[in-house]
Design a protein around this ligand. Sequence first.
Ligand code: 6GU
Length: 224
Amino acid sequence: MRIDIITVLPELLDSPFQHSIMKRAANKGLLEIHFHNPRDFGIGKNKQIDDYQYGGGAGMVMMIQPLAECIEQLKKERTYDEIIFLTPDGTTYNQSIANQLSLHENLILICGHYKGIDERVRIHYVTKEISIGDYVLSGGELAAAILVDSIGRLLPGVLNDETSALFDSFQDNLLAPPVYTRPSEYKGWKVPDVLLSGNDKKIDDWRYDQALKRTKKRRPDLLD
Ligand code: 6GU
């Protein structure tokens, strides 16, 4: 998969993809991430990318031309499955959307800043608008990092058997069961006997039961 990220702050995304699973995905050639700065298409000698909004009001708006030229240059090179704008008024992101997006070949993620982007970009270029939750971030970059991480780890070959995405919380609309590792007792706090029993069937049943209980208690909405 290839993900092109349009951002005025690529520095903000330097580190998140250089570690752990994301690094493995890149090293294996399974995930390619490229940054594009609309500033390179900015207007005039100041490379302007934002301006006051028509009708008045506080806050700058990202202009259409630098974003449009940036997007069009990319579209000349390849076909994109989705052009996603990260915005608090988009569809709330979840595992199901991550699963769907992970099946694509080429994605563009547009990170907004300031008061937002000229509506015409959304009307004429954007195919999907995603929010990562009901709170406001100062820009789309951290949201983009969350999409890339959640999508990247679903790509076939990125995770191994032990870390398989099949067992994640949410993958079957259940939260994950509790996990334990050595020692089997610490300060008198014991690991549940069943996990030390060696009985795979009993362990599976226990885990399923715990997942169900935890989901009922914490996220009953997932069971509807
Ligand atoms: Cl995708 N962007 C911004 N700026 N704020 C957000 C968001 C996205 N999702 C939740 N809040």
